[in-house]
Design a protein around this ligand. Structure first.
Ligand code: PBE
Length: 301
């Protein structure tokens, strides 16, 4: 529970920081360039991004347009290169702006705050959906019944993510969560018939959040008698694999905003089985020691 508070408490922390920064920074502000011009220069007008096919990168490009930030750019990389850059900057208390999302272990390892997004480009109430191929319900009804009931919370996923970041193997971290939460797993599986080795293929994109959820579901399905294949692919191929039936399901669709483009592209070819997590979030984030930066608006000159 403390962890949940920490992850979800960021908004409150950012609001507090906003109030404090507004009071304390006036005297330091350079009236000709403004404190915020210095922010852009301090990070070379660069936002540290992740993989190019992610919804976050698409939305961040839109942020630069909608907030009129033409001289800013976003580097592409991966979740791992982003957190490595964050660690390097954080250790030296240097300024950095990252593409961030929750749940994610970075909020427990570093003191970070989301920048306010008054235009709501990153969306408002975001959820993670379980998506199946058309025909999954008829072909693998037991798995489908589990997926229909599958729902957990941000703190559950964060526990697995943090263990993995601390060096525990993904399958071991997932097994520990399952062992610690038998009543949650039972809510998804109670009364569902076991199967005899049927194969099921799950696709997920290379984000730490999805590494956690898919390793967890792999074990749940194996305990029900399935042979589970996990395929880590880029976001585009993840959606196309479920659409063309080469994967059976994914638990990595962030909606209604993040993956809107993919879901619209494959309209009618995906079965939106249900919501597996509510309250997820993404946006731009900075270390809390960047006291003068509290909103995306602050990146404007
Ligand atoms: N993420 C994590 C993904 C969805 C899950 C926010 C990096 C994305 O941007 O597509």
């Amino acid at each position: 529970m403390t962890l949940l508070k920490k992850v979800t408490g960021i908004g409150t922390a950012a609001l507090l920081a906003l109030g404090l920064a507004a009071c304390s920074s006036d005297s330091n502000e350079d009236k000709t360039t403004g404190t915020n011009a210095a922010v852009g220069e301090s990070v070379d007008h660069t936002i540290v991004g992740i993989d190019p096919g992610s919804g976050h990168m698409e939305l961040t490009a839109k942020v630069l347009q909608e907030y009129d930030l033409p001289d800013w750019n976003v580097t592409s990389g991966s979740g791992a290169t982003m957190t490595a850059a964050l660690k390097r900057a954080y250790d030296k208390e240097e300024p950095i702006i990252i593409t961030a999302w929750s749940p994610h272990w970075k909020f427990s390892k570093f003191d970070l705050k989301y920048l306010d997004d008054p235009k709501l480009i990153y969306g408002d109430a975001e959820e993670i959906h379980s998506i199946g191929r058309i025909g999954l319900k008829e072909d693998l009804p037991e798995a489908y019944a589990i997926f229909e009931r599958f729902e957990w919370d941000m703190d559950d996923m964060a526990q697995i993510m943090i263990a993995i970041e601390d060096g525990v193997k993904p399958e071991e971290a997932a097994q520990t969560w399952i062992d610690d939460n038998p009543e949650k797993v039972a809510e998804w599986t109670d009364g569902v018939a076991t199967v005899d080795g049927d194969t099921i293929k799950l696709a997920y994109a290379p984000w730490d959040s999805e590494l956690a959820s898919h390793n967890m579901m792999k074990i749940v399905l194996e305990d029900m008698g399935y042979t589970v294949q996990l395929a880590m692919v880029e976001p585009g191929p993840m959606f196309s694999a479920v659409a063309d039936g080469s994967a059976d399901a994914t638990f990595a669709a962030w909606l209604p905003n993040t993956h809107k483009t993919y879901v619209e592209k494959f309209d009618g070819q995906l079965d939106d089985i249900g919501v597996n997590m509510v309250g997820v979030k993404q946006g731009l984030a900075v270390p809390t020691y960047m006291e003068d930066v509290n909103s995306i608006e602050d990146l404007k000159k």
